[in-house]
Design a protein around this ligand. Structure first.
Ligand code: DC
Length: 650
């Protein structure tokens, strides 16, 4: 399983240019295809769902071209029903392609098969099929009645009169009918049965149809009239707005992580309902400002988001972002009227409940609501994403709790936002890490501890974890090359660092782990991949605000490859042996300079030659050779690097 590990964050601030809106992109493509004339589409979203629509249109005889290297497309409209009269279309999990194409193809007098991924075949489409059958369409559900795949056959369409469609499962059924019915050329009234959900998406549909020359009147969002003789005409050029649902992650990041975070591509003049997510955030106390084409969010003056109880029927997609924002609220939160979540890319109410529980929240879920009680501290977790882009994007926000998260199958964001994780990284501030790697006795332990103390940051002496593992193995009588047994000990290690001392359970073993037996034992257990794996996340968990100084052999390469500063601290073997000799003599322990030097050389060779995480200077690490340098000078050198990066004051 692929995954992405996101670091704990301290805050968010910056500006993001949004990718194009999925809803607008796929609607505009279909309208441009059915219209007379050529349409220039600017800023079209580049994503899986849009790809599925583009492929389908090409297969149906619509000619389109992409301008080299840009998000600009030129679509030559066919001026009516599709000219290709048969086809087998695979539409992935793209609801915004599947529903409208079903309606348009049912009125195109051809034989077509429409299918998708297994989840698409679990998403209902019966209400749309029933509506189309009312006017004579010949559609068969080849699997289960009411669900894709579908087989469409030529039929005589009798549009006159009234078509009834349910509006309380998915507003996309109504959108599909509205966009396709002008193909009949006759006046048709559509009556919505049941409460119409997600109304703002219907508003997008009507607005875009109007731009292509077809005006639909409606009464109270329950009766719509498509005029007779209506034909789509290209408006020439169409600019696709930024995706307002995608904006929600960045606005929430600003509201949670200080801000301001600004999104560009949507704003006051946007036709997308999800811009109203900003109002919801405002109710949580966030400070929002807006221009025609941008929105900006900052944290509440109090710093903390207010608990909420909101009806979110009008912003079902962006509402998911609020479920994760609830982790940061000052009390239990309730998201109401979100039944449509259950028929989206996955059952989003169930998925949210499972994953929010993993990070420590208390959850109550019902048919159409979700209650989230935030935990006192958010725990790191491996988040499953259910092939749902929004699950992945939402949970990236949990890292703002100064907590790392693993997101499984992160590529699912390609559905609507292929560059999401890079865009997110560009506006957040990760907990800084100073990684100090180098050979034994190079002085990195002393330097690391002092730098951490002066900065007031966490300190990780990773060598101690290997030394403790060796000690635990020696005590348990486990052979140091018994990989599974040593790894099990490493995983369960009761290691504690307190006041400069190292504890195993309640016992202070600071001196014992420095013994020659533990030193050479550590370098032996450190070559075992299973031992390194067992200590991997344990080491990462030391990263928390305001920062971490981590020292060892592979801090800058394997454990914290994204470390803000990497130092390779070394000294000649002679100088290191001398230092070690002095320490031992001061402690009154017996010591021999020749054997110390030999021992260091042996350990260096083992650490550098091993297959996993060998000791090596990283290309992006600064070399610090302390052979003829006092500790204080080395400390000052590292502190200067930290200050140069603007990471600490004083
Ligand atoms: O830094 P130190 O001498 O306390 O390390 C003890 C042993 O542990 C050393 O032989 C190398 C190994 N080690 C490692 O392999 N990776 C680390 N990150 C830290 C130490």
């Amino acid at each position: 399983m692929e995954f992405i590990d996101l670091p704990p964050l301290l805050g968010a601030r910056g500006t993001v240019r949004l990718p194009g809106s999925k809803s607008i992109s796929n609607r505009v493509l279909l309208l441009a295809a059915l219209a007379e004339g050529e349409t220039d589409i600017r800023d079209l979203l580049a994503s899986d769902d849009v790809e599925r629509m583009l492929e389908a249109l090409r297969a149906l005889g619509v000619d389109w071209q992409r301008e080299e290297g840009a998000d600009h497309y030129r679509v030559r409209g066919v001026g009516g029903p599709f000219p290709v009269k048969s086809g087998d279309l695979f539409l992935g999990n793209a609801g915004t392609a599947f529903r409208p194409l079903t309606a348009a193809l049912a009125l195109s007098a051809g034989s077509y098969r429409l299918s998708g991924v297994p989840r698409m075949h679990e998403r209902p489409i019966g209400d749309l099929v029933d509506a189309l059958r009312q006017i004579g369409a010949d559609i068969t559900c080849t699997g289960n009645e009411g669900y894709p795949p579908l087989q469409i056959e030529p039929a005589t369409i009798r549009p006159g009169g009234v078509v009834r469609v349910r509006g309380d499962v998915s507003s996309q059924f109504l959108t599909a009918l509205l966009m396709a019915l002008p193909l009949t050329g006759e006046e048709v009234a559509i009556e919505v049965v049941g409460e119409l959900i997600s109304r703002p998406y219907i508003a997008i549909t009507l607005e875009l149809m109007a731009r292509f020359g077809v005006r639909v009147e409606h009464r109270d969002w329950s009766r719509f009239v498509v005029p007779g003789g209506a034909r789509y005409h290209s408006p020439g050029t169409v600019f696709v707005e930024g995706d307002a649902s995608s904006a929600s992650y960045f606005l929430a990041a600003g509201a949670i992580g200080g801000g301001p975070v600004r999104v560009e591509g949507v704003g006051r003049t946007s036709i997308q309902g999800d811009v109203r997510f900003a109002e919801a955030l405002e109710q949580l106390g966030a400070r929002i400002t807006m221009g025609d084409n941008w929105i900006e969010a900052s944290a509440p003056a109090s710093g903390k988001l207010r608990a909420f109880d909101l009806d979110l029927n009008h912003i079902p997609d962006a509402a998911m972002t609020l479920a994760v924002a609830a982790l940061f609220a000052d009390g239990p939160c309730r998201l109401r009227n979100i039944a449509s979540w259950r028929v989206k890319e996955t059952d989003r109410i169930a998925a949210m409940a499972i994953e929010l529980r993993k990070v420590g929240a208390e959850i109550k879920e019902g048919a159409d609501y979700l209650c989230v009680t935030p935990p006192s501290w958010v725990r790191p977790a491996a988040i499953d994403t259910y092939d749902d882009h929004r699950m992945a994007m939402c949970f990236s926000l949990a890292t703002l709790a100064d907590c790392r998260m693993r997101i499984n199958d992160p590529k699912c964001v390609n559905k609507t936002f292929p560059g999401y994780f890079a865009a997110f990284a560009s506006v957040v501030r990760a907990v800084p890490v100073v990684a100090i790697d180098g050979p034994s006795a190079s002085g990195k332990g002393t330097v690391g501890a002092r730098v951490a103390e002066i900065l007031g940051w966490q300190h990780l002496d990773s060598g101690s974890l290997y030394r403790l593992t060796a000690l635990a193995a020696i005590r348990a009588g486990v052979a140091l090359d018994d990989e599974p047994a040593v790894a099990a000990l490493a995983a369960a290690l009761a290691a504690r660092f307190e006041g400069g001392c190292v504890f195993l359970g309640s016992e202070d073993v600071s001196d014992e782990i420095r013994s020659e037996a533990c030193s050479s034992g550590a370098s032996k257990v450190a070559v075992l991949p299973a031992v390194r794996a067992a200590l991997f996340y344990r080491q990462r968990d030391y990263r928390c605000g305001p920062g971490l100084v981590a020292e060892g052999r592979d801090m800058g390469s394997t454990i914290f490859p994204d470390a803000t500063i990497k130092v390779f601290l070394t000294a000649s073997a002679e100088a290191r042996a001398q230092r070690r000799y002095k320490q031992l003599i001061e402690k009154g322990s017996p010591a021999n300079i020749e054997s110390l030097m030999q021992d260091l050389r042996d350990r260096d060779a083992r650490d550098a030659a091993r297959a996993v995480a060998p000791l090596q200077q990283q290309p992006d690490a600064v070399l610090l050779d302390t052979t003829s340098m006092e500790i204080d000078a080395a400390v000052a050198f590292v502190l200067d690097l930290v200050r140069d990066r603007g990471l600490a004051t004083g």
